[in-house]
Design a protein around this ligand. Structure first.
Ligand SMILES: Nc1nc2c(ncn2[C@@H]2O[C@H](COP(=O)(O)OP(=O)(O)OP(=O)(O)O)[C@@H](O)[C@H]2O)c(=O)[nH]1
Ligand SMILES: [Mg+2]
Ligand SMILES: [Zn+2]
Length: 315
């Protein structure tokens, strides 16, 4: 995605900072550790997101105006047909959090891994609330299933945020990590255990609905040390990938990559085409069948979006 209004000239009085919180049209921008400006964006332009490096023009007191978004190294976002939701910029690592309760949605996991791959963000899978696993047979199956992701190269960690986050700490060093996942899986609880002064609000899940209560409503970044930070984000129930074309979608499945570009037809979608090397590899049992099924479901769900639709999503 292009960075908007990056053409503005830097003025002598402008400051460079990082967006540490995004509240709709208001943003907190940290220009030095502990020095935070409350900012709006100049004009009607939008698209500023937590984690963005920006140039601001200070105004009265601790107020400021965001003038420029500096180039991003990554942008993690989801996109449904009529709506795009930017989540965080410049994250280097996605921590996809699942939990014993509420029940895991594994399609969300695949979708988030694909979105992260498309932005060259590395991913870590974290199964939380492991203290409850004895009571839950379904998650015992899921935990076993997650080991296949470890074989693909994604680290899988099983922890209890309520007991100890110690195993997670070495994996955060030098990274800007983004906590993402369904509501109620314990993202903010993990955050509070890692950054006790954060005091993010957490809430009991609804057992009746088997879901969280959407407690976190805004994206916010916290420092772990001089080189590492971590971002808490609101839980989601769905994760659209309309921003991706068929090729990026296939590349999002890392195990498919060695077979891409070798099919008989250059525009092969790997559904039922003759001479498809990916389908041949699938038939030879080289992939997990549910990943192939997930790819087919996603590629068929991609809708052709007209340019006017794309523009209206961001207006
Ligand atoms: N038993 C147990 N409960 C946990 C653990 N981690 C979190 N919880 C509980 O799970 C509930 C939801 O936790 P939150 O941290 O609010 O979940 P969240 O992912 O931030 O949810 P949203 O902000 O809605 O996206 C709270 O009642 C937590 O106390 C854990 O490791 N074990
Ligand atoms: Mg939360
Ligand atoms: Zn093919």
């Amino acid at each position: 995605m292009s960075v908007e209004f990056a053409d503005r000239k830097k003025t002598a009085t402008s400051l460079t900072g990082r967006v540490i919180a995004a509240y709709g049209r208001h943003f907190e921008v940290e220009v030095a550790r502990g020095t935070v400006y409350s900012c709006v964006v100049r004009g009607k332009k939008k698209g500023v997101v937590c984690g963005d490096e920006v140039e601001i023009l200070p105004a009265a007191g601790d107020q400021g105006v965001i003038e420029t978004i500096l180039p991003r190294t990554s942008l993690f976002y989801r996109s449904e047909i009529f709506r795009e939701k930017l989540i965080a910029a410049n994250a280097t690592q996605l921590i996809f959090v699942l939990a014993v309760v509420p029940s895991c949605n594994l399609e969300l996991l695949d979708r988030c891994l694909i979105a992260a791959e498309s932005q060259r963000i590395r991913s870590l899978i974290l199964l939380n609330k492991i203290d409850l696993i004895e009571q839950n047979e379904h998650t015992q199956v899921v935990a076993h299933h997650l080991m296949s992701y470890q074989e693909l190269g994604y680290p899988v960690l099983k922890i209890s945020a309520k007991t100890s986050v110690q195993p997670l700490i070495p994996l955060l060093s030098g990274q800007t990590s983004l906590l993402a996942g369904q509501s109620g899986v314990g993202k903010s609880t993990l955050l509070n255990a890692l950054v006790p002064q954060a005091q993010q609000t957490t809430a009991e899940i609804s057992n009746a609905l088997d879901s969280g209560r959407h407690t976190t409503t805004h994206v916010r970044l916290f420092h772990l040390d001089a080189d590492s930070s971590i971002i808490d984000s609101p839980g989601f129930q769905e994760f659209g990938l309309q921003q991706l074309d068929e090729e990026s979608l296939a590349r999002g499945f890392i195990e498919f990559r060695p077979f891409l570009g070798q099919c008989k037809f250059r525009d092969c979608q790997h559904i039922a085409e003759p001479g498809c090397k990916l389908l041949q590899a699938a038939q030879e049992g080289r992939f997990n069948s549910w990943r192939v099924a997930c790819y087919h479901k996603l590629v068929k769900s991609l809708k052709k979006i007209h340019p006017w639709m794309e523009a209206s999503k961001r207006a």
